[in-house]
Unconditional design. Sequence first.
Length: 480
Amino acid sequence: MSLRCRNPESQGVPSDAILRFVQRIEKEVDSVHSFVLLRNGHVVANGWWHPYSLEFKQEIYSITKSITSTAIGIAISEGIIRIDDLVSSFFDTEQINFKYLRKNKNLRIRHLLTMSSGHNVDALWPIEKGMGWTEKILSTEIKHTPGTYFLYNEGASYLLSVILTRVTGYKLIDYLRPRLFEKLGINNLSWEESPENINLGGWGLRITTEDIAKFGQLYLQNGMWNKQQVISPQWVSAARSHQISIGDTPKDNWEWGYGYQFWTLKDNAYAACGAFGQYCIVMPNEKLVLATTAGTNSSQSILNILWEELIPYLNNTRSNSKTVKITELNKYLSTLTLPTPKGTNSVSIVRKFNNRCFSLEPNKLGIKEISFYFEQNVIKIVKENNSRHTLLVGYKSWAMNSSIGIWPWEHGHKFQKKSLAISGAWESDNIYTTKLYFCDSPHSIILRFQFTISQILIEEHHHISFETHPNPTLVGNLID
């Protein structure tokens, strides 16, 4: 079954409600990159904010956990493992320092799935130098009885990947390819690996927004796809159900509990959730799936807007101007674009620095030289390894470039062609600002170039980041 588009009203979804949902997201959430809305298994609306587009496979962060969980569910159906298997049964606990695993012999696969391993800190982070990832996790103290204490734990998801790889002989991506991905028509995906050559169970998977929606629809259909039972309905029911409380939660909070690497929401809904606004929201009562990708620090707002602007109006499609509303919606969705930097295309200082090169002081980005060709809207970079790169910069538009391997989101996977989008403008007489979107990730940065008499100062600002410390200003000297 491929996803087919249908008129929103034919599926009980008012076009004007979708339009309000999208417009309010644009106003309140910075920035959503794409969405696919399904009802009754049909696409009733979708949109990509340029420079993002439907073919980009984006890092989905912790949505990956729900797919790892699904792999465990399939393995259980095949009789390879059992949900109450002891974690210790998959490892030689005497081989290395697994003293805490020996101490807590009751740690089971079930506890890894529900983030209730008993750790009071993430068992994976921080990675310790000279220690393997698996050893780090299994050597981290378990302070609570497994199954009694919830802690969101990357180590738990990674161990699930390790265990599945050990018992099947396949990496997660290879195990799931014929059992899940190919059946759903999810192709050409990538999944990052640890130094142990294990797919990262908790993050690192790159798929399209439509692929995310397919995954949600599979669960909405109780594991059935194209009249074939891909995952068992018993697993779907258990994985999406409340298995453990996550602590004291305000009554208006959407996080009501946790299943098997899924979050349980209000109104019988549940979701696979990734950092910075990656969502696969499944609403069985409404027969609705919403997939989003984003790069925002206000991802909660996406859920609030969904419940306020769309859900209350389902099946209320009576209107004398449906065609006008559908036309207006389609027109709006076809012109979605992310804002470009504000400013002018040229200033007087351009004449002095056009076609000039700056030598940068040693820096963590590994940039050796940078030069500007403003008349051609081009920036050229020479890296410390002497590789040369030419970047096109749009003005009031997005210019697409190949990744150049400088920033962390460009590493760990095969680059997608033309996935780096850049736009720039002069915000003042001596400051040229560029914004860069890494279109196979949620991430974007702002580079602000301040020109002085004989130097350039380069400030780097991250719109979203797991790190809290500021980036140092880069200094470059004009080469005569």
